[in-house]
Design a protein around this ligand. Structure first.
Ligand SMILES: Nc1ncnc2c1ncn2[C@@H]1O[C@H](COP(=O)(O)OP(=O)(O)OP(=O)(O)O)[C@@H](O)[C@H]1O
Length: 201
């Protein structure tokens, strides 16, 4: 369960989010759409507990939270497989994670250092890393943005099947309504507070 109540965030003297309420019960999937710069990533950071809002509060009660960042944060000098092992806390890759890597087309890249992966490969790696821990709350920030269309469509279906099957609660940030409809049952449109004049009163 994730609950945001009256969340407000400022950067400097500018409100990016204000008065935001969101309840995500276990297993429910919501997508956040909105123009570039309206605060979607900021919302995910608050949801993850990485950013303390200036107003309001964020509460989570989940067994395991995973967050696939917009810029996947892999350790550049470790191999892709070592990056996966790092979050799993294992010394060998378990069979289900090997299967996940295979489904996301990463098997041939497992021994490759993260810094040598392309943007799209890194993004797939970030998504596999997040899914590999079998989270009950998953935060995804534009997870398919760097992928070509056929790869995106295939992995979108793969991801949707997996989170539906496992009953994972999802908060997805995307610019793509198709992605939002495929992965989520609820869509939240964030307003751009910077568009009209906003102040700190
Ligand atoms: N650490 C920061 N310091 C100052 N301003 C920031 C910071 N992080 C984000 N911002 C600003 O806050 C606004 C919202 O940023 P955020 O990344 O949440 O938007 P977004 O909706 O996710 O954008 P996009 O769709 O382009 O990824 C932007 O105007 C951004 O420049």
């Amino acid at each position: 369960m994730l609950t945001l109540r009256g969340v407000g965030v400022t950067y400097g003297d500018r409100w990016v989010l204000r008065g935001l309420d969101l309840t995500l019960p276990p297993g429910e999937r919501a997508a956040v759409l909105g123009p570039s710069g309206c605060g979607k990533t900021t919302l995910l950071r608050v949801a993850a507990g990485l950013l303390t809002p200036r107003e309001g509060r964020a509460d989570r009660s989940c067994r395991k939270l995973a967050y696939a960042f917009q810029e996947p944060r892999l350790v550049p000098w470790l191999s892709l497989e070592e990056n996966l092992l790092l979050v799993l806390g294992e010394t060998t890759t378990p069979a289900p994670v090997r299967d996940l890597a295979e489904r996301f087309g990463l098997t041939p890249l497992l021994k490759q250092r993260a810094r040598t992966l392309s943007g799209g490969q890194r993004q797939r790696a970030g998504l596999v890393r997040a899914l590999s821990v079998r989270p009950d709350l998953l935060l995804l920030d534009e997870p398919f943005a760097s992928l070509d269309r056929p790869t995106r469509d295939r992995l979108l279906k793969e991801t949707a099947d997996r989170i539906h099957r496992e009953g994972t609660a999802l908060l997805l940030v995307t610019h793509d309504p198709t992605e939002a409809r495929t992965l989520a049952e609820r869509i939240l449109e964030l307003p751009d507070l910077a568009a009209p004049a906003s102040d700190l009163s």
